[in-house]
Design a protein around this ligand. Sequence first.
Ligand code: UDP
Length: 243
Amino acid sequence: MKKKTTVLSCPVDLLDENEALKLSKESIEEKRNFHIITINPEMIMNAQNNSSFFNILNSSDLNIADGVGVKIALKLKGISQNQIRGVDFSRKLIQLASNDKYRVGFLGAKEEVIQKTKENFLKQYPSLEIVYSRNGYFQNDDEIIKEIVDANPQIMLVGLGSPKQEEFIVKLKEKLSGCVMVGVGGSFDVFSGIVKESPEIYRKLGLEWLYRTVKQPERFRRIFPTLPIFLIKCIIDTVIKKG
Ligand code: UDP
């Protein structure tokens, strides 16, 4: 049985990266679809007044704790959970694909980003079977879904930003079989080398968001006031539930 909890009524699975990888592998071997959400405070806040996104968070197969905000929210509930960074988890999935010869697909980001991502992974894993790759700027979801179904990937990384990528995966899941599907946000920008990953010290201190905001100031509006409001709501929620 998977251990689960909720943060502001949204489900979060309590497991480590290796357990998440093991579940992914099992689902591929058993030809089941598996939708993984790397859940962060922005998504949880979005779900508070967007019932269709709330339903998506409740119908996915695994919500892994990304974002230091979720780690802090869990700590407030007395739960110690390591942050599983979406970028790291996706890299592990690619490594798994290379070892176990699973077909992979990439959808998202700008054309030069997705090309460079493909090139970088093939340099690292020359035998990686990339059966699909496409930039994330398109009009007709159904056309793209058909292309992906024809390519038949077993691991599909979708980086369209949230909630677009989760909504897309829900539709894709109805048509595919035996595929692990993960919304990876801006990870392709990192894989391509076009956006620099935050230095390890920032990651260790849980200050990745600060580094990314300084490098891309346009992110400021997304983080503030969402992150502080998220934390205040979590504190209130914890106090009410204890009282
Ligand atoms: N993106 C896309 N299609 C769109 C909108 C965005 O492919 O219609 C891509 C964008 O190029 C970027 C990613 O989605 O690579 C979103 O990155 P963001 O940093 O917003 O995501 P986060 O990691 O914060 O979830």
